[in-house]
Each structure stands twice: as structure tokens, then as C-alpha cells.
Design a protein. Structure first.
Length: 156
């Protein structure tokens, strides 16, 4: 029986680490500006993200799964995530439809720009509200486990 040498063991460890695709996506924060708006007005949202490429879901060519062996689909309990996708923005609950977004250059699908404008719906009650940003893959499926961040703002 052959024993693995230290260089062989190190090489296998490196191969395993590289093959597994690296770090999971991170959604560090969303910054909301201004902090207080009227119903029907726009908020500017700035997204801080790492280990995840924001891409236009209308122009993607592949899901870019990070799984080492190709057998895992994202969303399984083992945490294999796609390496690219976009985000959806919600107000107060992810159980509602996402907010309408506009990026500075009025792109068709703004969930792949790191700075977007979100329209607060007319008729929104005055008071404190929460913006929720959640990562999705290119087919609009939510990553599992969910990767989200929140920020608060006030409707006047």
C-alpha cells in the first residue's frame, strides 16, 4: 500500500479547494438614500456584494454553478451556489412582488447594477419601512439558503 506524501496531500487539498468553486456569495449591505421620502418617490439603493457576479438575466448563457462535480444543483442543503445572477428588491416582505427598479441608464432589467433606483409605491403608509435585497440566479430562482440584506427608511 502506498502512503500519500506531503506534496501529494497538499496538491489534493488544493485541487479540492479550487474545484469547489471558492467562497459563497456575500451580500454585505444595501445603502438607502435619501433616508426619508414621500410615497411615490424614488430611493437610490447601493448594493455591496462579493463572490457573485451581477449579470443581466436576459443576456446570460449559463448558470455558472460552483459545484465541483457537476452533480449538485444550487439550492441543495450543501450550499452550492451559482457564481452569477441578479437581485430583487422588496419592501417590508419578500412575500410581495418586487419593487420596480430603474438603473441610472434605464436598463431593461436593473437587478444587475450595483446602484439602482426603487420607486416607493403610491399610497404607502407613512412611517418606518424596510428594503430587502435578495440574490437570485439567472432564472429568477431564489438562492437557498437565502442570501439577503436589509436597510430601513421612512415614508413621510
Amino acid at each position: 500500500m502506498m502512503k500519500a506524501t506531503l506534496p501529494t496531500t497538499a496538491a489534493l487539498a488544493l485541487l479540492f479547494a479550487v474545484g469547489c468553486g471558492g467562497a459563497d456569495p456575500e451580500l454585505h449591505s444595501v445603502t438607502v438614500s435619501p433616508a426619508s421620502v414621500a410615497a411615490g418617490a424614488d430611493l437610490t439603493l447601493t448594493i455591496d456584494i462579493a463572490n457573485f457576479d451581477l449579470v443581466n438575466p436576459d443576456e446570460h448563457t449559463a448558470h455558472g454553478l460552483r459545484a465541483a462535480d457537476g452533480e449538485h444543483e444550487h439550492g441543495e442543503a450543501d450550499g452550492d451556489y451559482p457564481s452569477e445572477g441578479h437581485f430583487h428588491v422588496y419592501m417590508d416582505s419578500v412575500e410581495t412582488n418586487p419593487l420596480m427598479l430603474n438603473c441610472p441608464d434605464h436598463c431593461k432589467h436593473p437587478g444587475f447594477a450595483k446602484e439602482v433606483r426603487a420607486r416607493i409605491p403610491d399610497g404607502t403608509e407613512a412611517g418606518m419601512h424596510t428594503i430587502i435585497v435578495r440574490l437570485n440566479d439567472n432564472s429568477h430562482m431564489t438562492l437557498t439558503p437565502h442570501i439577503m440584506t436589509t436597510a430601513t427608511f421612512t415614508v413621510e
